[in-house]
Design a binder for this molecule. Sequence first.
Ligand SMILES: [Zn+2]
Length: 255
Amino acid sequence: MAVRALLSGEVLGLWDECRDASREERALALAAAVDDSADSLPPADRPVGRVTALLLRLHQALAGARMAATVSCPGCRGTVEFAASAEALLGLEDKIVDCPAPLLHGGYEVVWRCPSYRDLQAVAEQPGADDPDLGAALLLERCVLSLRHEESAKASARGADLPGAVREALTDAMAAADPLADLLVDLRCPDCELEFTADLDVAAFAWAEVECRGRQLLLDVDALARSYGWSEREVLALSEPRRASYVRILTGELP
Ligand SMILES: [Zn+2]
């Protein structure tokens, strides 16, 4: 999948637009800004992992492949460091199945699709969706397109009618068809040795880099506007190497 490079003005525009946005809105805005694929489906309607892949590429373009962060240990509250590689995760992108085959399990034939950000947003608006079990059930129901039991001629589209074992098989099939949808890292606390898993929030990593780049751009605009009397628009219209050279002149780093 291709991504387009962001212009300096676009980085600042995204920074403004996404500052107060929800987690999902922010992920979609960042993904849409760099999306250069021929897919006519908007990112919100693609499998969640397709958006994650765009965000991984955005992170790679802005700050390289390494994503490092710290989490709080659930046992001792100590700080646990971890790092992940955007490049390694992008190796999973080819495994995403956009149009999965029907699931055949326990006499059922279930036509389904992978959850999208639109589904995540719709589920988040439902009362009680912050309960993980209910949220997962609502998501699964949205993604069942039709189902049929071999002993019944009647087709249905109600995922709620599925027995538990079929729902479990469907959950497994969804995870296999979109390995970038839920990224978990296995961690071990160096202090109390507790083993736990943490979510790898790729959207948060990408957003942190947009913020960092946005802040740097503002500092550059400020410095160049003061010294040369240029407007923000004029500073942002400079190519990145040219702008960096002028800033180095100001700081005396360019001989
Ligand atoms: Zn600990």
